[in-house]
Design a protein around this ligand. Structure first.
Ligand code: ADP
Ligand code: MG
Length: 648
């Protein structure tokens, strides 16, 4: 068998085209990406060799070697790591759908657009190629500087070696090759204009800038008169060094490497624990959302090391999944070195570390929330939706999470706490009101809130899908229940009276309130009856409202029925088809309603205008809810007819 030719998967081709042809200001990051891959490959082999020492053909001293060839204009990044076989090559460097590719291109276009807007100020217009490592497509960045890339590789434990070649335009080939030992050489044939990457000083500077923290030596084997080998990096795992010896920039570079992120860390927590348990943790909280934050797997992203030996990425046993945006490493002194990944599950030592780390992150968040509320608000904006998952998943930390939670509300511009809310509750109010939907500005305008606004009763604006899950599971905060402002009787008439009045009310068995309600209902009774007959099972009930001031009608969910916003979410996901009939509430004080009441009173049977109005008002309420109309044709006919005849 000899050379085989493959086509890049279409997405990868597109990516390569962008990478090769755009003008970037940070081309040198290709070296960071290739060194990072080489170092990962060594980590992987070190781990495999723990159970299978026969895999190691050499001394087991891992290193990355950089070799330049000025005549051939090539730079080779060589490692003695795990290597790849033919199938690995096909899978990882070319054909299989790689979810990161599209995500990266989207991010690239977004950042390019943003920059183009700024271009007038003289910034360059290239997209942010820096982001590339984050999306698991870092290898392809080599085509920024190369017109050809060759990968010669041999997998540990196998005899055959392979040569992968591509010029980055649509195709690649794989052929048999030879290599003395396991490992990989990535040879970059530099474009004419990129010869700077053959220069020893330039290479050294790049490695120092981006890869100093790599835990194995990065050695430059330069040619010519300075032909000696030189180790370019510190080659000690960064987290093992003392805090005072690590600069902000070093922390940041390590974050980019370990977290595959390209923003500034929002918080860096470096900590060594010694005692019954000994471990070092270096955790980073990002300042922006990772692109895979809402992936279904909800995997945590910490790397686990045991005594400096890499064990696994995404160790699920180190932090709860609502902290999956946290990046970094944990290095344990206590776990056995030959621990298999399977043994990590339900491991008591890890469980202890998890508990301690969780507590530590919470404490730091509390400190931030207290000392730098604006900074914390930014954090909450990014990750609040994820943390709220903990409210129904992690009973033990529920109180802490409720304390840390922030909300938008109808009475403040910024974010508030539940304690703030309770502190502002009106006399007679014993409920935390909320309204949920997709967009805070839209739901803040909902007709159901009119009465709340009129009485100055604050309502929380909830816009994360997760809100529909934790609210029913949490139920209450400081003995005040949560209640949707779009549900059932709002009991607004009780609120806002002084405490004494309420007591009186209770003394009279709430008779006053009942009378008030009864009065309102009786005033519009004929209309309620007519609407009920006209609309039949399209509504669950028609009632007088105490929550409307400006709008004539609105829809609410009856107590015990499904919340309207949840129902919309479920419909979008095709989990239900049938809509629950809603309660239509009518504003007894609205001029239009008063006119309709007069008509309804006069009529024997149902006045046809009242019937039309019933349908029109129901449809109008649906439009306000953002729901599609069941029959838009019928709606527009009715509307035209009512306008034409000037009926109401
Ligand atoms: P990522 O490193 O985020 O997975 P890359 O595009 O940088 O994405 O690399 C793709 C994959 O190619 C790697 O996950 C790895 O499986 C393989 N690979 C790249 N370089 C090497 C190497 N030097 N040794 C072994 N495998 C490698
Ligand atoms: Mg990589």
């Amino acid at each position: 068998m000899t050379k085989e030719t493959f086509s890049f998967q279409a997405e990868v081709s597109k990516l390569l085209d962008i990478v090769a042809h755009a003008l970037y200001s940070h081309k040198e990051i290709f070296l960071r990406e290739l060194i990072s891959n080489a170092s990962d490959a060594c980590d992987k082999l070190r781990y495999e060799a723990l159970v299978n020492p026969g895999l190691l053909q050499d001394s087991g001293i891992f290193q990355v070697t950089l070799v330049t060839d000025k005549k051939a204009k090539t730079l080779t990044i060589a490692d003695n790591g795990i290597g790849m076989n033919r199938d690995d090559l096909v899978e990882t460097l070319g054909t299989i759908a790689r979810s990161g590719t599209q995500a990266f291109m989207d991010a690239l276009t977004a950042s390019k657009d943003a920059k183009e807007k700024k271009k007038k100020k003289g910034d360059d217009a290239g997209g942010d190629i820096d982001l590339i490592g984050q999306f698991g497509v870092g290898f392809y960045s080599s085509f920024m500087v190369a017109d050809k890339v060759e990968v010669t590789t041999r997998k540990a434990g196998e005899d055959k070696a392979w040569l992968w070649t591509s010029d980055g335009t649509g195709e690649f080939t794989i052929d048999e090759a030879s290599r003395d030992q396991h490992g990989t050489d990535v040879t970059v044939h530099l474009k004419k204009e990129d010869k700077e990457f053959l220069d020893a000083a330039r290479i050294e500077h790049i490695v120092k800038t981006y890869s100093d923290h790599i835990g194995i030596p990065i050695i430059l084997a330069a040619e010519g008169k300075d032909a000696e080998e030189k180790t370019l990096n510190q080659a000690s795992a960064l987290w093992t060094r003392a805090k005072k010896d690590i600069s902000d920039d070093e922390y940041k570079e390590f974050y980019h490497h370990v977290g595959q992120m390209w923003d500034e860390p929002w918080l860096t927590l470096h900590n060594r624990v010694e005692g019954v348990m000994s471990y070092t943790s270096l955790l980073y909280l990002p300042s922006s959302r990772p692109f895979d934050l809402f992936n279904a797997e909800r995997k945590t992203q910490l790397k686990l090391y045991v005594k400096r030996v890499y064990i696994t990425d995404n160790c699920d046993e180190l932090l709860p999944s609502y902290f999956r945006f946290v990046r970094g490493v944990v290095d344990s002194e206590d776990l056995p070195l030959n621990i298999s990944r399977e043994m990590l599950q339900h491991n008591p030592a890890l469980a202890k570390i998890k508990k301690a780390l969780t507590k530590r992150v919470f404490n730091e968040l509390k400190k931030k929330a207290e000392k730098a509320p604006e900074d914390y608000a930014q954090f909450w904006d990014n990750f609040g939706a994820v943390l709220k998952e903990g409210l129904y998943e992690d009973f033990e930390n529920r109180e802490t999470l409720l304390e840390l939670a922030r909300f938008h509300s109808t009475s403040e511009d910024g974010l508030i706490t539940l304690k703030d809310y309770i502190g502002r509750m009106k006399d007679g109010q014993d409920t935390i009101f909320y309204i949920s939907g997709e967009d805070a500005d839209t739901i803040a305008q909902s007709p159901q809130l009119e009465g709340f606004k009129a009485k100055g009763v604050e309502v929380l604006l909830l816009t994360d899908p997760v809100d529909e899950f934790w609210i029913p599971s949490v139920g209450q905060f400081e003995e005040k229940s949560f209640k949707s402002a779009t549900r059932g009787g709002a009991e607004l008439s009780n609120i806002g009276k002084s405490k004494d009045d309420t007591k009186d009310d209770e003394a009279k068995d709430g008779d006053d309130k009942k009378n008030e309600d009864a009065e309102k209902t009786s005033k519009i009774e004929p209309l309620l009856a007519a609407f009920k007959v006209a609309l039949g099972d399209k509504v669950k009930d028609v009632r007088a409202s105490d929550r409307l001031t400006d709008s004539p009608v609105c829809l609410v969910a009856d107590d015990g029925d499904m919340d309207m916003h949840i129902e919309r979410i479920m419909k979008q996901h095709n989990q239900i088809n049938e809509a629950t009939p809603r309660v239509m509430e009518i504003n007894p004080d609205h001029a239009l309603i008063s006119k309709l009441v007069v008509k309804a009173k006069k009529a024997e049977g149902i006045d046809p205008v009242v019937e039309e109005a019933a349908y029109l008002l129901l449809d109008q309420a649906r439009i306000v809810e953002g729901e599609p109309l069941a029959d838009p044709m019928a709606f527009s006919k009715r509307l035209a007819s009512v306008m034409e005849k000037g009926l109401i």
